[in-house]
Design a protein around this ligand. Structure first.
Ligand code: 5RP
Length: 225
């Protein structure tokens, strides 16, 4: 029986293999954030001469890549990338996701928006029928913490401030439990529209194109329908 860390390591290795099929020597790779992505960075680093550079979604991933000799570019220097590889906290059968357990979802969404394909790498514990058991991370401007929290309560959520956590953008995170996310894209738009929200952890308006799902029986591919 593989434990969760071994499942993550397997999907990270499969993602590195997949990425190397997609990347050319002049390609830029989009890289997400989290413990699964850390393992992906470790797996791709020995092959860093097979692509030009990476764009990172967090200071954490930037440090790890630079320590392993991967060149990291600023997103403003890049006009496109074939793939973006990132984990998720939950993913449903339509490849909508909740992200932001690591608090990096705003930058993740921006970097992903520049990539042709979003490759989501998760172990099987992250696959759900309906999003929302994992509290939805919402990044806010600090002065708007309370006003945004009241709006989130008005749509049925129970927001809790992530204590002592400041994002790479200088924002704070409200983790919102209790939302009945029957229509992920509608909730994403609704929350994005609240003044003071920097970024919502729902990835539904633009979800994953491919999920690599690590199971006890191996890594399964789930393509967007
Ligand atoms: C960070 C994220 C991560 O992708 C998500 O939290 C999954 O992390 P892990 O791979 O550690 O389980 O969205 O903002």
């Amino acid at each position: 029986m593989l434990d969760q860390n071994e499942l993550k390591r397997n999907v990270a290795a499969a993602a590195a293999e997949y990425a190397l099929e997609c990347l050319q020597p002049d390609s830029v790779l989009g890289v997400g954030t989290g413990s699964t992505v850390d393992l992906f960075i470790d797996a791709i680093a020995p092959h860093r001469d097979r692509f030009r550079a990476a764009v990172s979604s967090s200071e954490r991933s930037t440090r790890r890549m630079q320590d392993l000799g991967i060149k990291v570019l600023d997103l403003n220097e890049v006009t496109g990338m074939p793939i973006y590889v990132d984990g998720a906290d939950e993913v449903d059968g339509d490849l909508n996701m909740i992200k932001g357990g690591g608090g990096a979802h705003t930058r993740e969404k921006v970097v992903a928006s520049v990539a042709d394909r979003y490759i989501c790498i998760v172990d099987e514990s992250k696959l759900v029928k309906r999003l929302g058991a994992f509290p939805l991370p919402v990044e806010v401007i600090p002065m708007a913490r309370s006003s945004v929290a009241r709006k989130l309560e008005a749509i049925g959520g129970r927001p809790a401030l992530r204590e002592g956590f400041i994002t790479d953008n200088g924002g704070e995170i409200l983790d919102v439990a209790g939302l009945d996310i029957d229509d992920p894209a509608r909730y994403e738009s609704l929350i994005n529209d609240i003044p003071g929200v920097i970024g919502c952890g729902l990835f539904a308006l633009s979800g994953a194109d491919l999920v690599l799902l690590s199971t006890q029986a191996g890594v399964r591919r789930i393509e967007r329908k």
